[in-house]
Ligand binder design. Sequence first.
Ligand code: URA
Length: 436
Amino acid sequence: MRMYDLIMKKKHGCTLTEEEIRFFVDGYTKGEIPDYQMSAFLMAVCFRGMDEKETLSLTMAMAESGEMLDLSAIHGKKADKHSTGGVGDKTSLILGPMVASLGVPVAKMSGRGLGHTGGTIDKLESFPGFSVALSNEQFISNVNRMKLALVGQTAELAPADKKLYALRDVTATVDELSLIASSIMSKKLAAGSDVIVLDVKAGSGAFMKTYEDARKLAELMVKIGNGAGRKTYAVISDMNQPLGFAVGNILEVKEAIEALNGRAPEDLNDACMTLASYMLLGTGRAKELSEAKELLRESIETGAALRKLAELVKAQGGDERYVYEPDRFPTAKLSYELKAEADGYISEMLTEEIGMTSLILGGGRETKESKIDLTVGIVFNKKIGAKVAAGETIAVLYANDDDRLRAGVSRLRNALCVRTEPCEPLPHILGVVDKS
Ligand code: URA
């Protein structure tokens, strides 16, 4: 079998067999297929797609490309959550501690930023000393001891996805349904949790731009998860504006700490409560959504969830004082207040462009080797539907370099639309898929 032929086959829109899919997954994982051939193949998939059977074969080949974690030594039903990628999405930092503080084991496997979207690992590394490089034994023992541990994708866990994820990030081949479904589900299946809650984003800042595409992705992933014996739910949530107000690693961590102190913006609160409720429902910790929400509210009000975040940070080598004193975090040297030019209402926020602005400011990777600047980003004062007066600040941009700041300001200006007619705020939760 030759990779050249498989590229050609996909270029012409043909269906690949399971054997062919295993061939390129194994060959790429072992380094026998070079990046340039895999990039061409991924681009062909972006134009031609893969059917359900191909997607399932790709998922299983990637899940089995490394070790499948055996979490049976963890007591109780374990929950994991994964987002398809968004802008300002800091939900894992909030709901992981909330759910764990209620006694449910959260064995969380997270990723880094991808394309214009942020990643939980980059955010957590804002805590000096924090490490996601736990051995399997440490991971299991931490979850047993404190109900929460968070690891990055190790070289052993779904290594095919790890390599493909990094390649897709820099070859504009992220936003394809089968590639996203197989990437997420291969990791989730290999990481071994019993309950998987997926946050499928829809809108201008998501890889799926329309509700219909997001629903297709949600249904496909729920089918793959349930088919593999994991209780899987997908919540479809809006990504036509950033989640919460902050975009950028440290800025988002600070907003997450605010949320754990009971001061979450409404959309962020809705997203965390809904996703966390399904984690409680799936593991049997709550019988109904209303009971789950009540328990979660208590976890915030009593401070238990905030303390759990501090425990997580400390257990993984980080400085937990930052949880209680977020002013310790370093800040960017430069800032710029973007002001409204006229009276009106915020009618549109082109959210992928907002993610790209954060990347330009230094908060994302431009090549596989790029180092990110954790201090930069944007803090908005307004959401869609809000009234603004001429001269009022809509957002503040943070950077450490004049050129980057200038480029970021002009990109952000073009991403925001103010109209004279009033417009409605956006709904946050668009749907749930809980059966396949
Ligand atoms: N998150 C992932 O893990 N993979 C994707 O492809 C997109 C989001």
